[in-house]
Design a protein around this ligand. Structure first.
Ligand code: IPE
Ligand code: IPE
Ligand code: MG
Ligand code: MG
Length: 294
């Protein structure tokens, strides 16, 4: 049976090493680099970059050659968290077990650290390594920018802000979450599958997988916001209720949300059926997403 933990640990170490190196080449003593490094290295799960590497491996590609893309996606994710925590947005004080960027530094620095991470991400995506045909690299940049922007994550964040105190229908909520959280998770998997040299059929199946686990991931995030342990999670709980957010538990109930997440993971695993054991990490990640405590 496949053991996900050593796989995750090995990939996280690769990603962390790459990220640290990418930031060290900047003037490391500047306040902006300190704030970027603080949030980036605060101890995230690295789910999105791991998905990118695992999707490449599932189609027979390598992981190492994708580290730049994987790291860029983690930078975009970290920027989104720094801004998500700002007083004008969710106003959170704890993230990844540490004071949020604006609490540790100050609001202006946190805004700039987020801006600097997202721009650095696209700089990294555009670095030519010689391993990837330019056409494919441009496609990756397009996929990631679309997923991160108003048609994806930012669009979802806007809907999330607008919906505070205004209950959404289940369909609206699914759309919000698919954009807010799903888009970047899908882009991670898709870029991995493309760069790994997947066939159109493999890429399409991995998209179905990613869409389902992306939604399951956010359903689990909503559940943990109610019944998770803030010590383990490294962020506060009960905040969605306080801010009158539309979430799956608030819309369909806690137990129904759990069943719903399980069904999504079931569908994700179904999409992987034609893959061999090189897709075992992706299978493990699907289970992990609804079992996770942080
Ligand atoms: C948290 O993402 C924000 C959501 C999109 C739900 P993660 O749970 O992946 O956070 P880190 O990266 O591990 O801190
Ligand atoms: C954060 O979503 C999602 C993004 C930053 C795109 P939430 O606000 O629901 O997540 P947490 O609970 O702060 O991690
Ligand atoms: Mg938010
Ligand atoms: Mg938040």
């Amino acid at each position: 049976l496949f053991d996900l933990n050593p796989y995750l640990a090995q990939k996280q170490a690769l990603i962390n090493g790459f990220l640290l190196n990418a930031l060290q080449s900047e003037p490391a003593d500047s306040r902006i680099v300190q704030a970027m490094t603080y949030s980036l290295m605060a101890g995230g799960k690295r789910l999105r970059p791991v998905l990118c590497l695992a999707a490449s491996e599932a189609v027979g590609g390598s992981a190492e050659s994708l580290l730049g893309v994987a790291a860029a996606i983690e930078m975009i994710h970290t920027y989104s968290l720094i801004h998500d925590d700002l007083p004008a947005m969710d106003d959170d004080r704890l993230r990844r077990g540490k004071p949020t960027c604006h609490v540790q530094f100050d609001e202006a620095t946190a805004i700039l650290a987020g801006d600097a991470l997202v721009t650095l991400a696209f700089q990294m995506l555009s670095i030519v390594t010689g391993q990837t045909p330019p056409q494919r690299q441009l496609e990756v940049i397009r996929i990631v920018s679309q997923a991160a922007g108003y048609q994806g994550m930012i669009g979802g964040q806007m809907m999330d802000m607008e919906s505070e105190g205004k209950p959404l229908t289940l369909e609206e909520l699914k759309r919000l979450q698919a954009m807010k959280t799903g888009a970047l998770i899908e882009a991670s998997t898709r870029t991995g599958a493309i760069l790994g040299g997947g066939t159109p059929d493999q890429i399409q199946r991995l998209e179905v997988y990613a869409r389902n686990i992306g939604l399951a991931f956010q359903v689990r995030d909503d559940i943990l916001n109610i019944e998770g342990d803030p010590e383990i999670m490294g962020k506060a709980t009960g905040t969605d209720g306080d801010r009158k957010k539309s979430t799956f538990p608030s819309r369909i109930g806690l137990n129904e949300s759990k069943t719903y997440a399980e069904n999504l993971v079931h569908d994700a695993l179904h999409a992987l059926e034609v893959f061999d054991n090189k897709a075992d990490p992706l299978r493990g990640i699907a289970h992990y997403i609804i079992d996770r405590k942080k």
